[in-house]
Design a protein around this ligand. Structure first.
Ligand code: NG1
Ligand code: ZN
Length: 557
C-alpha cells in the first residue's frame, strides 16, 4: 500500500513562477554550468539564468530558516561583454557544493518543465515554503548588469522573497554585507550592515595599525576601469592622508574599457604593467592592480635597472604570514595559536620553500572554496592563489583567545593589540583587493620595507603558464591537489622524466575549471628552461589528446 502523496510544506506559487518564468525564457540550445566561479558566460545570454538564480537564492534562504543569502552579478577579470552570477551563503562564504548541482539543473530545465523541476526540487530538498526568505544582491559596472538585476528581482518576486539591492559594489563588499546582516545583534557581530560600515571597520583598524609610523608615500592603484574605482575613491575619503592613493583606470563608462589592457589578471598573465602606467611609475614606487570586481590584487614596481617586478599572491602570502607569525610569537601565543599557509600548485616553488621553513604549508586544488576550507583548519590560516585572490582567516577560538589573553609585558600587549586590529582589518569572508592592500601597507609600514625589500625576501623561479586547446579536456584527470595526472595513463611519467632534465624543473597539467582548455604550468631555475619545459609539456598534452598534427601550435616545438 502506498502512503499519502508526498507534498511540500507551505504554498508552492505555481502561478507566479509560470508568469515570471515566461518573461525570462531559456534559449533551447544553451547549456549552463555552475562552476568554480558560478555561472559565467556572455552577459546577453544570461537573462533566464539570473531569473532562476533569483528563485534558487530565495529557496536557499528558506532552507536556511530565513537567513539572508547573497547574490553577486559579475564576471570578475573576464572581458566586459561577459557576465556571471554567484551565490553567497549566510556566513559570507561560497555556496555549499551540493547546491551547485541544483543550480546547474535548474538553469538547464526547459521552459515547459521549469515549474515541475522546481517543485520536485523543493519537495526532495524538504524546503518549507512557509519560511521567510531574504536575499541581498549587488552587481559590478558591466553594461549587462542592469537588466540582469531585473531578471534576478523577478525570480525573487516569483517566490515572494524580500530583496535588498546593494547597488553597484565589489564582490568583497557583498560578502561582507551578507555576513554583517546575518550576525547583527549576535556576539559574532561582523560590523554594520552597510557599505559605510565596511569602510568604517577597515579604515579604523588601518589607522590604529599605522599610527605612530612614518608617513606612507602615495600608492598607485590601477582600478581596471571597474567597480574598484568608485569603491577605492570612497575608501580614500575614509583614509585621508593616512594612505594617499593615486587612482588610474577609473573610467567605468566608456564601452570596452573594463579589464582591457589593465587590471590584476592582465598584469599577472602578461607579466608587465598596464600600458596606461607607462612613464607614470617612479623607480621603486609601489603600484597595484585590482581586477574587475576588486577581489584580486597584484602589486608591482619598476626597479633601478628599469625592470618590472611583480609582487603576486605568493609574495603577499609570504609577507603577511611571516608578519603574523612574528606577532603571535611576540604576543606570547606561539604555543597556543598555530599559523598555517594554504596555496595551490600554481604557487611559485620559491615561495613554498621560503614558507615551509617557517610554518606549515598546505596545497589544495585550484578554486577559492578549497583554499578557504583548508585555511579554516588552522588557528590562523593565510590563503592566497598566485593570481592575487586570498585572505586571512582567524578561527572563532583564536578570536576568543586574542580577546581574552592577558599579556605579561608591554611588548606582548602591543603585539596583541596589533593582532586584534588585524582581525578587524581583514575581510575574512573572501579575498578582498582593498582589504588585502591595506594589510600589505600595514606590514610594509611595520617592517619599514620598500617594495624592493619586500621583493627580496625570496626570488621567484621563472615560470610559464600555457593553454592547450584539446578536443576533450575532461580526459585529463588529476590527483594530489592537481599536481599529478592519473589520466591519460602514462603521460605523468613522461612529464616526470622530462622535468628531471631541467634544473629546478617542475611542471603539472590540469583541465581548467573556467575555460575549455588544459593548462600547463612549468618552472625552472632559468627563464629559457621554464619556457622550454612548458612548451614541451604542452606539445605532449596536445599530441596525447589527439590534437590535429597539422594545427599543432608551432611554439610547442
Ligand atoms: P581555472 O580556469 O580552473 O584554471 C582560474 C584560475 C583560478 C581561479 C579561477 C576562478 C589560474 C591558473 N586559474 O581557474 O586560480 O581564480 O579561475 O576565477 O589562475
Ligand atoms: Zn575577481
Amino acid at each position: 500500500m502506498s502512503g499519502p502523496p508526498v507534498s511540500i510544506r507551505g504554498h508552492f506559487p505555481h502561478k507566479e513562477i509560470e508568469h515570471y518564468s515566461s518573461l525570462h525564457p531559456k534559449a533551447r540550445h544553451l547549456q549552463f554550468s555552475y562552476g568554480t566561479a558560478g555561472f559565467r558566460t556572455l552577459g546577453v545570454v544570461l537573462d533566464s539564468v539570473l531569473f532562476r538564480v533569483g528563485v534558487l537564492a530565495a529557496l536557499r534562504s528558506k532552507k536556511l530558516d530565513g537567513k539572508t543569502v547573497g547574490v553577486m552579478i559579475t564576471a570578475s577579470h573576464n572581458p566586459e561583454e561577459d557576465n556571471g552570477v554567484k551565490l553567497v551563503d549566510p556566513r559570507g562564504e561560497m555556496l555549499e557544493a551540493a547546491w551547485e548541482a541544483h543550480a546547474t539543473n535548474l538553469a538547464n530545465a526547459s521552459n515547459e518543465d521549469f515549474s515541475d523541476v522546481l517543485y520536485d526540487f523543493v519537495r526532495d530538498s524538504r524546503i518549507d515554503m512557509s519560511k521567510p526568505s531574504r536575499v541581498v544582491y549587488a552587481r559590478d559596472t558591466r553594461p549587462t548588469g542592469e537588466s540582469l538585476v531585473k531578471a534576478l528581482e523577478d525570480g525573487l518576486k516569483a517566490i515572494g522573497a524580500e530583496g535588498r539591492d546593494a547597488g553597484i559594489t565589489t564582490t568583497p563588499v557583498l560578502h561582507y554585507l551578507v555576513r554583517a546582516i546575518n550576525t547583527k545583534g549576535t556576539k559574532e557581530e561582523y560590523g554594520e550592515d552597510s557599505e559605510d560600515g565596511y569602510f568604517q571597520k577597515m579604515s579604523e583598524a588601518f589607522r590604529k595599525l599605522v599610527s605612530g609610523r612614518p608617513r606612507i608615500p602615495p600608492l598607485v592603484i590601477d582600478c581596471a576601469n571597474g567597480v574598484g574605482a568608485p569603491i577605492a575613491k570612497k575608501l580614500a575619503e575614509y583614509l585621508g592622508e593616512t594612505l594617499p592613493f593615486v587612482l588610474y583606470n577609473t573610467d567605468t563608462t566608456t564601452p570596452g574599457g573594463l579589464n582591457n589592457n589593465c587590471g590584476a589578471d592582465y598584469v599577472k598573465t602578461q607579466q608587465k604593467p598596464p600600458p596606461s602606467l607607462n612613464g607614470v611609475l617612479q623607480k621603486g614606487q609601489r603600484a597595484c592592480s585590482l581586477d574587475g570586481d576588486a577581489d584580486r590584487l597584484m602589486y608591482y614596481f619598476i626597479d633601478e635597472r628599469n625592470y618590472f617586478l611583480m609582487l603576486d599572491g605568493d609574495k603577499i602570502a609570504t609577507l603577511v604570514a611571516a608578519f603574523i607569525v612574528d606577532l603571535v610569537r611576540l604576543a606570547g601565543l606561539a604555543e597556543q595559536v598555530k599559523v598555517g599557509v594554504v596555496q595551490t600548485a600554481y604557487a611559485n616553488g620559491a615561495s613554498t620553500k621560503y614558507l615551509a621553513d617557517k610554518l606549515p604549508v598546505r596545497c589544495t586544488p585550484t578554486g577559492v572554496k578549497h583554499l578557504h576550507h583548508a585555511a579554516e583548519q588552522f588557528n590562523i590560516g593565510v590563503y592566497f592563489e598566485a593570481n592575487g585572490h586570498g585572505t586571512v582567516l582567524f578561527s572563532p577560538s583564536t578570536l576568543e583567545k586574542l580577546e581574552k589573553h592577558e599579556p605579561s609585558t608591554p611588548a606582548q600587549s602591543t603585539a596583541l593589540r596589533h593582532l586584534n586590529n588585524l582581525t578587524q582589518l581583514v575581510n575574512q569572508t573572501v579575498g578582498d583587493a582593498l582589504s588585502d592592500m591595506l594589510l600589505v601597507e600595514v606590514v610594509l609600514a611595520h617592517k619599514a620595507y620598500s617594495a624592493i625589500e619586500w621583493n627580496s625576501l625570496y626570488t621567484d623561479l621563472p615560470n610559464r603558464l600555457v593553454k592547450v586547446h584539446v578536443p576533450n579536456r575532461n580526459a585529463f584527470k588529476t590527483e594530489d591537489a592537481e599536481r599529478r595526472l592519473v589520466s591519460p595513463r602514462g603521460l605523468q611519467k613522461k612529464i616526470d622524466d622530462l622535468c628531471k632534465r631541467y634544473d629546478g624543473g617542475r611542471s603539472f597539467v590540469r583541465p581548467s575549471g573556467t575555460e575549455d582548455v588544459v593548462r600547463v604550468y612549468a618552472e625552472a631555475v632559468l627563464r629559457s628552461q621554464a619556457d622550454e619545459l612548458a612548451f614541451r609539456v604542452a606539445g605532449m598534452v596536445y599530441d596525447e589528446a589527439g590534437g590535429d598534427p597539422h594545427r599543432r601550435p608551432k611554439e610547442y616545438y
